[in-house]
Design a binder for this molecule. Structure first.
Ligand code: M6R
Length: 356
């Protein structure tokens, strides 16, 4: 991709606001009246009892964020299925299986779909490749519209999957009796603001990510904490860091700290905290600081857009604080560059994993 960086990953991170805008321009008009949902040929949401999101790695994280929309706005039971672990999964009737795969060729995902009985689940594919094997296997397909992603680390496709998935979910909920009306309306506003919040995060972290990487270059391990809708972004931050820098990184629900992981925290241990606005995080942070840990809180609720403060609502959107992924991606890339890693082609990994 063409841009200001020498590597694809840096340019793909920068492209994220534009990708989100493209998805919104094309899909958001179909939310009202449920036309996007109906156009995909999906059964009305009131004839679906539960949602299962299915995928691997970053795509599974995106799926969890999308599941949050059905759960929080539609009060629907949801679960996330790790595709490589689906062999003994019990599929209940009237399940909507949302299968997410950037490439659409991930063997684990295709195999997992083999375990879904034909009369049990409708399969909706969210993919960046609408002519892929996954797209052929699904009942309904939606293109995530991210454009080609060259870097092995998924960045703009993650954002595209979440924005696409949120549009589809909101469209299904728009005509459903399950819909929580006030939360739905708040989410519609938040959806439109995604490109701005991503841009603001890019601007805010441009120099900060590099400085932080210089500071933390010798750290051997990193913790990523979150609660609720912030947790998937903590998971994604840890995955990016491992994949790119080859340093150990672990994510945990912040409330689990005291049940074991707190023993890892020592003087200077870097602990990223994804802030989704949950006030309990203040207590979690105090626990880490009391052990000398270095807290890096991501996701200020006030961002600046064009010099003006943009106040985000205390209750964040149902897909969580998406903009927090930007500094986490930038930090992982900067640390990897500093350690002379190939950020576009991390060791031992392939862009499309066609073996299971
Ligand atoms: O093509 P897919 O979205 O199915 O790929 C799934 C994972 O292999 C992929 O997201 C992987 O975790 C990324 N390299 C992470 O950056």
């Amino acid at each position: 991709s063409v841009g200001r960086h020498h590597d694809h990953m840096g340019n793909e991170i920068d492209e994220q606001p534009a990708v989100a805008q493209r998805v919104l321009d094309i899909l958001s008009p179909g939310i009202d009246g449920g036309t996007l949902w109906r156009g995909l040929g999906l059964p009305p949401l009131d004839r679906i009892d539960r949602i299962a999101v299915l995928g691997c790695g970053t795509s599974l994280h995106a799926g969890r964020a999308v599941a949050g929309v059905f759960e929080r706005l539609g009060h629907m039971p949801t679960r996330a299925v790790t595709a490589s672990e689906a062999a003994h999964e019990v599929w209940e009737p009237r399940t909507l299986v949302v299968a997410l795969s950037q490439s659409g060729e991930t063997a684990d995902v295709l195999r997992a779909l083999d375990t879904v009985p034909a009369d049990r689940g409708t399969v909706l594919a969210l993919t960046n490749n609408p002519s892929s094997s996954l797209a052929r296997r699904a009942h309904a397909v939606i293109d995530c519209l991210a454009g080609p992603e060259i870097g092995v680390a998924a960045t703009k496709t993650f954002v595209a999957q979440i924005v696409t998935g949120a549009c589809v979910a909101l469209s299904g909920l728009a005509v459903s009796a399950r819909r929580d009306v006030a939360a739905f309306d708040a989410d519609l506003l938040a959806l439109g603001a995604i490109p701005e919040t991503l841009s603001a995060a890019l601007d805010a972290w441009h120099n900060r990510a590099k400085r932080l990487a210089a500071d933390l270059a010798t750290a051997s391990g990193f913790l990523f904490l979150g609660r609720g809708s912030g947790l998937v972004y903590a998971a994604e931050g840890a995955l990016k860091l491992k994949e790119l820098s080859y340093r150990w990184a672990e994510h945990q629900p912040a409330g689990e700290l005291k049940h074991g992981p707190l023993a890892l925290v020592d003087a200077g241990t870097p602990v990223f905290v994804v802030d989704d606005g949950d006030p309990r995080l203040d207590v979690d942070i105090a626990e880490v600081r009391a052990r000398g840990g270095r807290v890096l809180r991501i996701g200020e609720r006030t961002l600046r857009v064009g010099g003006m403060p943009l106040h985000l609502p205390r209750r964040g959107p149902s897909w969580g604080p998406l903009e927090t992924v930007v500094p986490l991606q930038m930090f992982a890339r900067e640390l990897a560059l500093r350690l002379h890693r190939d950020v576009d082609k991390p060791r031992n990994l392939a862009k499309s994993v066609t073996v299971s």
